[in-house]
Design a protein around this ligand. Structure first.
Ligand SMILES: [Zn+2]
Length: 182
């Protein structure tokens, strides 16, 4: 049997997603709920059910097995789940559908970002300087300069920041060290 498309997988999970408050027209990861970009939204007031379903084929989500292949998990929509790359990498490889869905319900993008920030604070030895870091993060001009220095693209969409945190934190660390020497 051929691997189902993302649209076919979405179609199977529509009611499940609806019960959990997912917006069918604004695709996000089904685990952490990370939202990608407005360009994947279905901005079409006259959209049919079919348009809504087919739109999911465009989204950069991965098709993940619930019961892993190595445990004879099948390539059918009921055993497949759409997730971002990060969640796919971290998801349990399990024989238990229940354990997988239990893990899914506990994912949360905000706390994942917080963990990532904590890791960068440790990397750049800034844990003791959280107040200074916060002050810098609140300085829009400074952040704008950090962004332009890094030469990446800033996407203002919800959760759609296409940068690595380390690019910013390395500059914060540099700036704070420079401040110390003044
Ligand atoms: Zn995710």
């Amino acid at each position: 049997m051929a691997m189902p498309t993302k649209a076919q997988i979405f179609k199977h999970w529509m009611e499940w997603l609806d019960k959990r408050g997912f917006d069918w027209g604004e695709p996000c990861c089904w685990a952490c709920k990370r939202y990608f970009d407005a360009k994947y939204d279905l901005n079409k007031p006259s959209a049919t059910r079919e348009d809504i379903i087919n739109n999911w084929d465009r989204v950069p989500l991965q098709r993940c097995h619930i019961i892993a292949r190595q445990f004879d998990g099948e390539d059918i929509p009921d055993n497949l789940f759409l997730m971002c790359k990060n969640c796919h990498d971290r998801a349990p490889n399990t024989k238990s559908r229940e354990a997988f869905l239990d893990w899914v319900e506990k994912q949360d993008y905000t706390s994942l970002v917080q963990e990532d920030i904590m890791r960068e604070l440790r990397t750049f030895e800034l844990v003791d300087r959280v107040d200074d870091v916060n002050e810098m993060l609140a300085d829009k001009e400074l952040i704008k300069r950090f962004f332009s220095n890094s030469g990446f693209h800033m996407n203002q969409a919800r959760g759609g920041l296409e940068i690595t945190l380390s690019s910013i934190f390395s500059q914060i660390a540099h700036e704070l060290k420079r401040g110390n020497n003044n």
